[in-house]
Design a protein around this ligand. Structure first.
Ligand code: F3S
Length: 62
């Protein structure tokens, strides 16, 4: 599974970070840092929850 974050849509809500701070890295202003990364085994559920929690719908799973 892969996470794709549209950084242009990200508004710094940091709800993704709340779901999994290791997977979803944010900067000092709480904006997502990484646009694309693989989800390690065992973190798929956190990735799904983060995607659903983003108010900007910026997180897509592939
Ligand atoms: Fe950005 Fe959505 Fe996360 S707005 S910081 S990708 S919850």
């Amino acid at each position: 599974m892969k996470v794709l974050i549209d950084l242009a849509k990200c508004s710094g809500h940091a709800r993704c970070y709340d779901k999994d701070p290791e997977l979803f890295q944010i900067d000092d202003m709480a904006y997502a840092l990484r646009a694309e990364f693989e989800v390690p085994q065992g973190a798929e559920e956190a990735a799904r929850k983060a995607s659903a929690a983003c108010p900007e719908r910026a997180i897509r799973l592939e």
